[in-house]
Design a binder for this molecule. Structure first.
Ligand code: NAD
Length: 381
C-alpha cells in the first residue's frame, strides 16, 4: 500500500505529517511513501531530502490523494480534500470529530476510514501516538520563548559589574502537558516560577520541576477541580472566587504569566481579569495558550499580540507548534508512524484496521460507511 502526505493548505500552517526519517520507518513496515512537492518545505524538509529517503515526490494534490491508499496530514481536511476520499482510503489527521459534522458526514458518505489524532486515548500504551501531548509540549516551550522575546529583561537574576539584576517572576496557570513544559522551560532559564492548577495532584510534579505550587486559602483546597481522566472540571463559584483573589494578589508581582487552563468541551475559563492586567507592571507579558478556546485572559485577542495602555503585552497566538515546524513535524510524524506500526502488525505494507484494539478503535471516527464516534470507553486505563 501507499502512504501519501499532501502539502498543508491552511494559511500559516508550516507543519508536515511525514518527514524523511518517518518515511524510512514507514518503508520498513512495507509501505511505499509519497509526498506532494513542497509538502515539507516550510518545515525544513526539501523534496530532495524526501527523494534521498526513497520517497516519491508527486506534483499535485490530486495526484497524491488519487494514488495514496493512506493519507497522513496535519490539519482538518477541507471540503475539497474530503472529496478525494474513497471507500478504500484511510485518512490519518486531526479531524475535530465533535465539531466537524460536515467532515464526518462527508467521510461517512465516501465510506473512508478516518483516524482522528486528537482521539488517541490517553493511556500509557498510546503515549507514543499522543499528538495532543507532543504538540502541547511544544506550545508550552514556545510560549516561554515568545514571552522572553517580548520581555525587556533577563529571566535569570545576575550580579554584574553594571549592576544587580533581579530574576523574572513567572506564573504558569494550568499545569497539564503545556503548562509543565512551560514550567520546565521557565525554570531552566532561571526565572522564579510559580504554578497553579485546580488538580491538587500536580503540585508534586510542579515542585519537582523547581517551581512553587500556589495554594489557595480555601477549605476544600484545590480538590474540587479534578474531574475524570485527569481532566479538570468547572470550579464552584466559591473556589473560583478564592482563585481570583489569589491571582489579584500575585498580579502586580509577576513579570510573565502563561495561561494554559482548559476544561474539555468548554470555552476556556476566564481567570485573568481586566483589573489583574491593569495591576501588572509595564513591560510584563501574558501568553494565553487558551486563546483558541476564547482565552483565559479577558483581554486576549486570538492570533494577535496586543499591548495595553499600561504597557502589558498580551500574546494570543494559536499556532505555537507551527512556529517550530521542524520540531513539531518531527514529533507529529513520529506519532503517525507509531499509529501505522499498530495498524500494520505483520509489517507487510497492509492496514489491519483492528476495531478490537482500544487505541485504534478510540481514534477511528468513521469506518466502513459508519460514524464510529464517540468511541466506547477504553478497557485499559
Ligand atoms: P488540558 O489541556 O485539558 O488542561 C490544561 C490544564 O488546565 C489542566 O492541568 C487542568 O487541570 C488545568 N485547569 C483547568 N481549569 C483550570 C482552572 N480554573 N485553573 C487552573 N488550572 C485549570 O490538560 P492536558 O494537558 O491535556 O492534560 C489533561 C490530563 O491528561 C492530565 O491529567 C495529564 O496528566 C493527562 N495526560 C495523560 C496522558 C497519558 O497517560 N498518556 C497523556 C497526556 C496527558
Amino acid at each position: 500500500m501507499k502512504i501519501g502526505t499532501p502539502r498543508e493548505i491552511l494559511n500559516g500552517e508550516n507543519r508536515v505529517a511525514m518527514t524523511p526519517d518517518s518515511a524510512t520507518q514507514l518503508q520498513k513496515l512495507g509501505y511505499e511513501c509519497l509526498v506532494e512537492t513542497g509538502a515539507g518545505a516550510k518545515a525544513g524538509f526539501s523534496d530532495d531530502l524526501y527523494r534521498e529517503a526513497g520517497v516519491t515526490v508527486v506534483d499535485s494534490a490530486e495526484a497524491l490523494w488519487g494514488t495514496a491508499d493512506i493519507i497522513a496530514k496535519v490539519r482538518i481536511p477541507t471540503t475539497e480534500e474530503l472529496d478525494y476520499l474513497t471507500e478504500d482510503k484511510t485518512l490519518i489527521s486531526f479531524f475535530n470529530p465533535a465539531g466537524n459534522e460536515e467532515g464526518m458526514e462527508a467521510a461517512k458518505a465516501k465510506g473512508a476510514s478516518v483516524i482522528a489524532m486528537e482521539m488517541v486515548p490517553r493511556i500509557s500504551r498510546a503515549q507514543k501516538m499522543d499528538a495532543l501531548s507532543s504538540m502541547a509540549n511544544i506550545a508550552g516551550y514556545r510560549a516561554v520563548i515568545e514571552a522572553g522575546n517580548n520581555f525587556g529583561r533577563f529571566f535569570t537574576g545576575q550580579v554584574t559589574a553594571a549592576g544587580k539584576v533581579p530574576p523574572a517572576k513567572v506564573l504558569v496557570v494550568g499545569a497539564g502537558v503545556a503548562g509543565l513544559a512551560a514550567i520546565g522551560t521557565s525554570t531552566s532559564l532561571g526565572a522564579i516560577t510559580y504554578a497553579f492548577d485546580v488538580r491538587p495532584e500536580v503540585a508534586e510534579q510542579v515542585e519537582s520541576m523547581g517551581a512553587e505550587f500556589v495554594y489557595l486559602d480555601f477549605e476544600e483546597e484545590q480538590a474540587d477541580g479534578a474531574a475524570t481522566g485527569g481532566y479538570a472540571a468547572v470550579s464552584s463559584p466559591e473556589f473560583r472566587e478564592a482563585q481570583l483573589a489569589k491571582f489579584r494578589e500575585l498580579a502586580p508581582e509577576m513579570d510573565i504569566v502563561i495561561t494554559t487552563a482548559l476544561i474539555p468541551n468548554r470555552e476556556a475559563p476566564e481567570l485573568w481579569t481586566e483589573d489583574m492586567v491593569k495591576s501588572m507592571k509595564p513591560g510584563s507579558v501574558i501568553v494565553d495558550l487558551a486563546a483558541e478556546k476564547g482565552g483565559n485572559c479577558k483581554l486576549t485577542v486570538a492570533d494577535e499580540k496586543v499591548v495595553t495602555d499600561n504597557g502589558v503585552t498580551i500574546i494570543g497566538y494559536t499556532d505555537f507548534p507551527s512556529r517550530m515546524a521542524t520540531q513539531s513535524s518531527t514529533l507529529y510524524a513520529t506519532n503517525i508512524r507509531h499509529m501505522l506500526t499498530d495498524l500494520t502488525p505483520d509489517k507487510d505494507g497492509t492496514v489491519n484496521h483492528n476495531m478490537d484494539d482500544d487505541v485504534i478503535r478510540g481514534a477511528t471516527v468513521t469506518h466502513k460507511g459508519e460514524i464510529t464516534f464517540p468511541p466506547p470507553p477504553p478497557k485499559v486505563q
